[in-house]
Design a protein around this ligand. Sequence first.
Ligand SMILES: Nc1ncnc2c1ncn2[C@@H]1O[C@H](COP(=O)(O)OP(=O)(O)OP(=O)(O)O)[C@@H](O)[C@H]1O
Ligand SMILES: Cc1ncc(CO)c(N)n1
Ligand SMILES: [Mg+2]
Length: 716
Amino acid sequence: MIADLSLYLVTDPGLCGERGVVETVRLAIDGGVRIVQLRDKIATDAETADQLVELSRVIDGRAILLVNDRVDAALAARARGARVDGVHLGQGDASVLRARERLGAEAIIGLTANTPDHFDAVAALPAGVVDYLGVGVIRPTDTKPDHPPVLGIDGFRSLVDTCALPCVAIGGVDIDDTERLRDAGAAGLAVVSAICAAVDPKQTAQSFLRRWRASGTPRVLSIAGSDPSGGAGIQADLKSIAANGGYGMAALTALTAQNTVGVRAVHVPPAEFLREQLDAISDDIVIDAVKIGMLANADVIRAVSDWLDAMRPPIVVLDPVMVATSGDRLLDREAEVALRGLLERAHVVTPNLAELAALADHPIDGWDDALAAAAALSDRVGAAVLVKGGHLDGDDVPDAVIDAADGVSRGYPGARIATRNTHGTGCSLSSALATRLARGESLTDAVASARSWLRESLTESDALHVGRGHGPINHFGGLWRRGGLETTPDRARLRDQWWERIAHLRADIDELPFVGALADGTLDREWFLFYLRQDALYLREYARVLAEASRLAPSPHEQAFWAESAHGAIAGELELHASWLTPGAGVEAETFAADPAPATVAYLDHLRSVAFGADYAELIAAVLPCFWLYTDLGTRLHAGAFGEYARDPQHPYASWLATYADPAFEAATEQAVGYVMDAAAQSDAPRRRRMLRAFEVSSAHELAFFAAPALHVPAG
Ligand SMILES: Nc1ncnc2c1ncn2[C@@H]1O[C@H](COP(=O)(O)OP(=O)(O)OP(=O)(O)O)[C@@H](O)[C@H]1O
Ligand SMILES: Cc1ncc(CO)c(N)n1
Ligand SMILES: [Mg+2]
């Protein structure tokens, strides 16, 4: 069994001073220590056995208790009913093989190893003889005057690098070594004076653990049922653990045939097989936190309870699952009684209101009643209680966490999020909480972080469209939106998304009097000339912006495309203008003589600000509407979407219509759209958002540009 080695207290009677070893151990365990080694080189075996009996009483199953070297004392204390899990042996102490033989297969036996030869000797031992190694000293220490040569953290790393056993660092370990030792491969920190000599061993232990937990990826085990629809059970747990920064593992208690509408059937494999799964994991992997969900029946509960007693994981969050969101039962009545025995083994219990009523044995009438019942339950079982308000009526869905032992009590108000997708909210919240605690967050902070993530996952859930009943939350929705985990989005989906984003602007353009009159040929000539004069001023600057896109282009073919487009804006489209504005006369004379209208100024200022203040991706997004909107409008006009007359070669504005319905312009538009979607797909979410915004603003300027003639030219 691999116990939780993260913070390993080795006692020293001298350093514990007047407070004494037993009181120091009690305080350290209150602070989160989960493995203790009684080390006293002077006491007799009988005295050591007495201390072990006393320590076993104080520890009360909350931590692993080992003794240094004294196998006889361990056996004597066991004979007196003490729980002594094993021994730690030095190189010169009793043989590990003999100790294993005398203490049994379930015992935990540690061995000191400080040199390559020691590690070679360990590698030659049969499997299962030694459970972990103590490797040091990290720096000089007074607690072991005859200590071996100082390894330092690099020396530690080189020794443990290829070792299959978990190795704890020992000897002069300071809290500021935490991150570097974990990074160097330590399975935990064995500390002596840092805690024994501490003014406040509980607070010191808490500080060590916070640093240790925050410095790595927590390995979180879900012990729960399977929900094939993915919204609850171990499926939801694994997603929740990953979304909150943990590595998720899962041992299955039951298989359900369920979906978002309800539970059709439940199959519970033999509880012995669950224990096999649990042992397979804990024999190999250090577990930083456990989340317990659906337990199905009393046999399963007993199997989990026995394993917890043997393993004593540092963090246990118990979600007392009794009924699914659909209302179907997930725990039989006999098991509800057995569940109570499990509560004492949890650090946090997370009942919803119905589950709280069942566990507190009295009906819950409103939120204040729930808070009182949660406080009483916490006081009775010694675990913190996170009572969840999701099933309250009305618009408020508060939660609250109460830890009677630590005097913690905090409410978390929250408005109900309008969604049906609440399947698995409880499973997900408790798994997120276990992960956050394993990352070193305090109880109240971890609840706040888990809730915040859950609420974001509820808000993002409508995008999933899973099932006809209560759908699942979107476990990674927030991360995808913030660009943390988004896979490269599908270009076609992006294109549709962008085009849809400006649907309202496109509809407004279609509704403009200018467009309607252009289509049916009644457009006032002065309006059209006003539009053309402004468009000439626009195109001259637009060409410069396209030239800038060419300059910034990341590839030759994009560079060529934007350069050709710049040329087209000055040459091709201005030929159109010249034929209208000054037939035969010098194009410059008349074409650019108009004062730029406000809409023209605003649009060009926008383009310049993007061209010379942002990056290539945003720039080509900003110029895209001038391609895409015009091609769309021109092809629809030419296709008769606004009436057949627009297709008539005799139409008074036929040359304008032909320009924007030109297949070559349509092809250029498709190429421009392709470059922009490529850039968007390869960008992170923040840049994708900036690109879309630049595209949207340009589209709004296009609308204002088409609307300008009606504002500035009295209808003829
Ligand atoms: N519509 C909602 N809006 C906001 N928060 C919600 C909503 N529904 C549930 N929650 C929150 O989800 C979490 C789970 O609460 P709930 O009461 O649903 O647990 P549960 O019944 O155990 O869920 P499950 O059905 O997964 O077992 C709580 O934090 C609760 O406040
Ligand atoms: C397997 C499983 N566990 C828990 C729940 C609670 O919602 C569920 N519906 N299914
Ligand atoms: Mg629940």
